[in-house]
Design a protein around this ligand. Sequence first.
Ligand SMILES: NC(=O)C1=CN([C@@H]2O[C@H](COP(=O)(O)OP(=O)(O)OC[C@H]3O[C@@H](n4cnc5c(N)ncnc54)[C@H](O)[C@@H]3O)[C@@H](O)[C@H]2O)C=CC1
Ligand SMILES: O=C(O)[C@@H]1CCC=N1
Length: 268
Amino acid sequence: MERINRKGLVLLGCGKMGSAMLAGWLARGVEPGAVWIIDPKPSDWLRAQGVHLNAELPTDPAVVVVAVKPQMMGDALPALQSFGNGATLFLSVAAGTPISAFAAALGAQTPIVRAMPNTPAAVGRGITAIVANDPAGADGLALAEALLSAVGQVVRLEDESQMDAVTAVSGSGPAYVFHLIETLAAAGEAEGLAPELALQLARATVAGAGALAENADDSPAQLRINVTSPNGTTAAALEVLMDEREGFPALLRLAVAAAANRSRELGQ
Ligand SMILES: NC(=O)C1=CN([C@@H]2O[C@H](COP(=O)(O)OP(=O)(O)OC[C@H]3O[C@@H](n4cnc5c(N)ncnc54)[C@H](O)[C@@H]3O)[C@@H](O)[C@H]2O)C=CC1
Ligand SMILES: O=C(O)[C@@H]1CCC=N1
């Protein structure tokens, strides 16, 4: 973070993802005075952080982080063109937008890292996949990894083409899990539980199972088997859920494919 504090970090777009990352950086020792935010609608939280807000930018920042919606990229990038083709690293978390789109807008020699984080970053439990172009090199990847590891795990991809599948699994994945909590609670209500109790049970079950899956030596499959008594209640439920044509596997396969396809469309 020393290089950031010396040369500065510019963050374009400080909504859900931008705020989660900024909170992690500030907690890791990035000084508020080294951060410049560009966002037309800053939140109250952001205003209280002591960062430069929509102010004149430093001439040679260490990194420009791009966290606007892919659809806003065309409007937003021209303001950053002066940082292209130089030493400034561009780090984008935008879904779908390929490295080639940034290189076209900013110059072919611009160091660019494309990343896909997820919202558990807000509690330091995210996972981010990263991939870089040649001008970014090992140094750019290391800086991106240092920044993103402030909000969780980081994995490096071998090829940018993996990004659509990554987006569909871990980028969008938290939404599938939140929906699981919602629908598990609703099913509990349908079995006669009060709404608050059903939600408490569903939320704690998903959080607890997630923690167990993360920390146990057993595979998720073994952990599932550990819950399943012969001819018991879990076996009855899994017979429905694991149905090959209509169960979870087929449904998630379709959902993840839809997300990956949308990611590819965004990149057109
Ligand atoms: N929300 C998520 O789960 C994830 C989002 N992403 C990516 O992160 C990016 C941001 O998404 P969110 O934070 O969810 O969106 P958001 O809507 O919460 O934040 C976007 C921010 O950009 C600002 N903005 C709009 N136009 C701008 C402009 N011209 N210049 C500067 N700032 C501008 C908005 O005021 C807003 O604060 C997207 O590209 C998305 O694909 C990536 C992984 C996960
Ligand atoms: O829904 C989206 O497009 C973004 C990317 C991954 C999660 N949210």
